[in-house]
Each structure stands twice: as C-alpha cells, then as structure tokens.
Design a protein around this ligand. Sequence first.
Ligand code: GRF
Length: 207
Amino acid sequence: MTSSSKICRLGILISGRGSNMSALADAVRSGRIPGAEISIVISDRREAAGLSHARQLGIETIVIERGSRPREEHDREIVGALKERRIDLVCLAGYMRLLSRHFIEAYRGRILNIHPSLLPAFPGLDAQRQALEHGAKWSGCTVHLVDETLDGGPIIGQRSAPVLEDDTEETLSARILEQEHQLYPEAVALIVSGKYEVVGRRVLIRR
Ligand code: GRF
C-alpha cells in the first residue's frame, strides 16, 4: 500500500476455521509483514471457529450476518464497518461469499483473496476436489487481487504442491493449506510494502 511510515490497517474477512487469518496474525506479530496491523476480523457466520482464535489474539471481531438481505445491503454494512475503522487493505481468508460491485468499488485494488488452486485452473468451490477429479499432478494456491470476476483478478503470488496418487480431498487440502500459510503473509507483505505495480493483468514487483 505504502512505503511511508503510516501503518497499514488490515481487515480480515472469514466464514469458518480461520487458519489463514491466524497465519497472517502470526506473521504480523513476528514482523514478517512490516508496517501492518490487523485492526478487525469480520465474520458473516456467528459460529466461525476463527472468531475465537482472533479474540484470543486480542483482535477486535465483529459478526455481520447476511440474513435474508440482498448481497449489496450486507456488503454496505461490512464496508461501513471497515471504513469506520479506517481499514486500508481487506484480506479475504476463507470468506465464502461473492462481493458486490459496491464492495469492490469501495476497495478497488485493495482486496486480496487466497484460493486453493493454481489459478486460472479450478476457480470456484471445491478447488482441491476439482484438481483430484481432473487428474492434475500439481496444484497449489494463489493470492490474487479481487475484481468482478470469480477468482479471476491479477495474481500476486502462487505456491505449488504435488498431487499424490493416494491423495484424498482432505490430504491434498492439508498439503495445499501448508503452502497457503506461507504464501498469504508473503503476498500481503508485498502489497503493504507498496513495491509493486499492476500492469494489465500482471502484478510486477518493483525493486
Ligand atoms: C482455504 O483453503 C482458502 O484457500 C479458501 O478457504 C480455505 C479457508 O481456510 N479460500 P481457513 O478458514 O483460512 O482455515
């Protein structure tokens, strides 16, 4: 975001377990994402296990459920909560909803997502199952900027993992998840450093 001394305030959105959120929190605490702090964790599900982890880490959490509202109304409340806390960068970490145009426009270029495949292969749900069913020999994970497309925004970073012959969806997911926990902090650190530029679909690192 910036290479100046201003702290970059991160907002993390989760729906479930929150292991990527914890990996980001670890990385911030251990100085691997210089200049960043996690200012809020928002979940759209009250029962998300990641909420209690975040609270244990001393991070403010809020639950904003969608209920029967239209997507945009739900997103307006989330964007309001993010703006109120002056969030600079939004990290989706197992957040199981598509974002409305309103949300994307409010934070254009400042929303990241992690996806458990080497995009553009296997976008959408159950990416690890898709990789297995397709017979891919390698899969992995991708951190990308979020735009209006499904898992289709410019790619910030990727890490690979082999698909083994005796893999189940669970074993492959666990192997990819280890890579996710390395990749997401590295990708967030790059964006926070501001040492990159987006040229068309390409995210180029500026040295
Ligand atoms: C991860 O596999 C992530 O790539 C995907 O959802 C999963 C979330 O896991 N978007 P966690 O909640 O971070 O543990």
